[in-house]
Each structure stands twice: as C-alpha cells, then as structure tokens.
Design a protein around this ligand. Structure first.
Ligand SMILES: [Zn+2]
Length: 483
C-alpha cells in the first residue's frame, strides 16, 4: 500500500453503485481511485470536495452516438460532459459514401488519431459494417485494434447502408470467432421502403404518414431475425435503440434460453411519442420512429425487469437545416436559408441530439417518478455498458483501481432543458422547456476536473482511446441479467 497522500477526497456524498447507496469517502491519487471508505473517514488529501447532499456516481457511458455530422468529437463530447457523461463509444464506418476513401479500419485509425486530439472525453469505438466492407479482413483486424463491436443496419437498403443477411451471418460468425459482439439496428428495410413508396405514390408525404411507414412489427421481425442469426453463429448480440413494446418479449425469450442478447433503449423512446413528431415534424424524425405512450411504458418496465440492459443517446448532431435538407452535404445545408417545413417527411434526415439531456430525462422520468431506482440508473448507464463493451472495471465503477471518473449529482437542483442551454452545435432539442429536478454539477475524468461551476475546466487533447477487452465482454454475464 502506497503511503502517498491522495490528491482529492470526495467526502460525505452518497455513493451509488448497482447494488446500493452508501455514505462513503472516495480518495483519488493521480488517475485512479485509491480508497473508498465509510464517511467520516480519516483519509487526508490535498484537496477535499464536500459532497454532502450529493450523489456520487461513476461517470456515465454513452455507448451509442454518431459524432460525424455538425457535431464532431469536440462539441459532441463537450455536450456529453455537461450531461454527466465521461466516456463515449461512437460509431465509425467507412466514409466512401461521403467521398472519403479508405477501409473501415483505416477510417477508424484516423478517427482515433483525430479524436485523441479533439475529444474532451475518453472514448472507445464501435465499427459499422456495410455490405461493401470486406468483413473477412476487417473484423479480425478491428478486434486486434480493440474495436470489438460491429453494428449492422437491417434497414436503409436504398441508402446503401443495409447489411444483406448472408453478409451479416458471415460477419457475426467472424466476430464470434474472435470474441467480438454484433450490434444491429433492427427494422425491416424492405417493408419500410414498400410502405413509404405506397404513401409517396398516393401523394401522402406529410408528417402523419411517417410512423405508419415504419410500424412496430418491422422492428419485432428484424430483432427476432437478428437474434436467430446470432444464435446460429453463436455470436453475442446487442440490439440498439429498442422502441416497440412487443420486441421485449421476443428478445427476452432468447435471453431466458441463456443466449447473449443485450438490449438498449434511449431517452427519446422513454419519454417522447409520435405526438412530438406531429408537433415538430422533421425535427423529431428518427429511426425507429417515436411511438406511443404504451411503448414508453413498456421500455420503463423493461428497465425495471432487467429486460433492457442499457440506456444510450443515439446522438447524431444535426442542426435544423440538416434535418430539413435530407442529409445533403454541409455546404448544401449552409446554403439553405429558408427552412421549408412543408416538405415531404420522407425527405428529412434521421436523428436527434440528446446526449446532454439523457441523464436529466432518465433521472426526472425514471427516478423522480419512481419508475427505476438510482441503483438501476447506475447499472444501465454506467456498469452494464462498461461490462458489455469490455471496459469494466476501468470504467463504469467507483472502486479501488478504477479510473477516477466521477460525477457529483445534486438531486435538489432545478433546471430547464433548452437548445440555448445545451453545448452541442445543434440549434434545437426535442426536450425544450422540460423541467428537471436534479443535475450533474461536477465531474472528473482520471482525476482531472471536467465540469465545475457550470464550466468545462479540462482541455481537449487529454482523451484516451479505450480498446475494448474481449475477455471482459466474454465474461459479461450471459442471458437476461448483467450482474
Ligand atoms: Zn444510431
């Protein structure tokens, strides 16, 4: 045991982990947590942070985001940090559709290099695999480089994004061989295109036809198919952004059989409905679509019952102009000076900007409303993503030897969510005006202060790339409960 005096002592806060809440002192030396002891302890430190009346949480992990549009890793991670997040796992893909040459692994190598310079937060990376990627080469190469999770789209065939089923099976098999994990966006793209074409042919392109063009059954079908393929290939599977109420029973059947099927939902599927899209049109267009109150309720129930393992944001970083312009280039978007709200809903871009609002919304609607406990919040937003993606216990845990990634949360602080208050570049939020009781007021990463007194105190350039450890993922408990 080293006798060095800790740099920081977080004293007298309520330490939350997945199994309980206790009043503890947490000592940090350098980048690590070196002692956790009941309060009051006799630990002396160079600086004492009084955490009385605050929750002490492991830094949150946002394991689903796309910082490749208006917000890159600089403004995205800044925004995430203000939302109590200390680790992000963005998706990265080959950018050939944007005219940038290179394979997936080459693009990811560049992304890691650039992000190390501009990110405020430590980061892992998930790869997205498209039908034109050479999975035989890419999957083993990426896993060697610590990119152990591979997302495939089962939808968007006409956007060139859908992974054909035979290629998906092959990629899953390769990932399984090397200890990786497959991720899917589960919606049946051919059915969506069929229904969309019918509406367009009939001239029905206003917002009320959007949800009807991508009904819940298409998510249920695709999720079941992906879980079938994962069973056949013996590949762990993580199904992103669940939204349809019927999908939980379907996936839970595989979990109860002991299959490695992990599940995620997002704040928008917990709190917003198609009514938001009816009010805001293109700005609320996401895939899968916002659904009904019954679906929100089912997602909360899934979180309560351990059928859903994680909450992540699916941040895309679009401005209003991007949303209305249907994913055209940034130059084309900047040329848009008039936003035409009467345009076809089918032409608008998919995606939202919710990383900074994620913890406030989940805390307000989950904990304050009695739908989930604070311990469950820490399980699904800190511990489980770290375990599933091979980062535990370096991340996702306040215990001796873990990185000192710590968030102080004041349950008595009131605030209102707004586009003006957020720190990404996006100029809107679908949670505008939402009143929240409870806020992340301080955070640190590896012992360095990130957020204090409402300001970012850290510089870009100190972020670490976090290779996923396949052994950690492999030991993530199998089946329906991530212990
Ligand atoms: Zn996404």
């Amino acid at each position: 045991m080293t006798s060095a005096i800790p740099d920081i002592l977080i004293a007298g806060g309520l330490l939350v982990n997945g199994s309980g809440i206790t009043k503890m002192d947490v000592a940090v030396l350098g980048e690590k947590i070196v002692e956790v002891a009941p309060h009051p302890s006799d630990i002396k430190a160079k600086r004492v942070i009084d955490a009385a009346g605050l929750y002490v949480l492991p830094g949150l992990i946002d394991a689903h985001n796309h910082p490749i549009n208006l917000d890159k890793m600089d403004s995205f991670t800044l925004s995430a940090a203000f939302g109590g997040i200390t680790t992000v796992i963005p998706f990265m893909q080959n950018m050939r559709s944007r005219g940038i040459e290179g394979t997936t692994s080459e693009t990811i190598d560049r992304f890691i290099e650039e992000s190390s310079e501009i990110s405020y937060l430590d980061f892992g990376v998930h790869a997205i695999l498209f039908g034109d990627d050479d999975v035989e080469v890419e999957v083993p190469k990426l896993i060697d480089n610590g990119v152990i999770s591979f997302k495939m789209y089962m939808t968007y065939p006409r956007r060139g994004m859908m992974m054909p089923d035979d290629r998906m099976l092959r990629a899953m098999s390769l990932a399984a061989d090397a200890g990786g994990i497959a991720m899917v966006h589960a919606e049946n793209g051919y059915c969506i295109d069929f229904l969309t074409d019918n509406f367009i042919d009939d001239g029905l392109t206003s917002r009320e036809y959007y949800a009807k063009s991508q009904p819940r059954i298409l998510e249920v079908e695709a999720a079941n198919r992906a879980a079938t393929y994962a069973s056949v290939t013996n590949c762990p599977l993580y199904v992103v952004h669940l939204s349809a109420r019927e999908v939980l029973d379907v996936l839970n059947r595989y979990r109860e059989e002991g299959k490695d099927v992990f599940t995620e939902t997002c704040p928008q599927y917990l709190d917003l409905t198609n009514q938001t899209l009816m009010e805001h049109g293109a700005l609320a267009k996401i895939g899968p679509p916002l659904r009904e109150r019954e679906d929100n309720a089912a997602m909360w129930e899934g979180l309560q019952n351990n059928v859903i393992d994680t909450i992540a944001s699916d941040f895309c970083g679009f401005s209003k102009a991007h949303k209305y312009s249907g994913g055209r280039s940034s130059a084309a978007v900047e040329a848009v000076d008039e936003i035409d709200e009467s345009g076809s809903i089918f032409e608008a871009s998919f995606g939202g900007n919710w990383t900074e609002q994620m913890l406030p919304v989940v805390y307000e609607e989950g904990v304050n409303q009695g739908r989930i406990t604070m311990m469950r919040l820490v399980q699904v937003m800190c511990e489980n993503p770290a375990k599933i993606f091979g980062l535990y216990p370096q991340k996702g845990s306040i215990s001796v030897g873990s990185d000192a990634d710590i968030v102080l949360f004041d349950p008595a602080m009131k605030h209102v969510l707004s586009a003006e208050a957020q720190h990404c570049k996006a100029d809107f939020t679908m949670f505008e005006g939402k009143e929240i009781l409870g806020k992340a007021v301080y955070s640190m990463q590896r012992g360095r202060t990130l957020i204090e007194n409402g300001e970012m105190k850290s510089e870009q350039g100190g972020a670490l790339y976090l290779p996923g450890d396949v052994n950690v993922t492999a030991s993530a408990p199998k089946g329906y409960k991530v212990e």
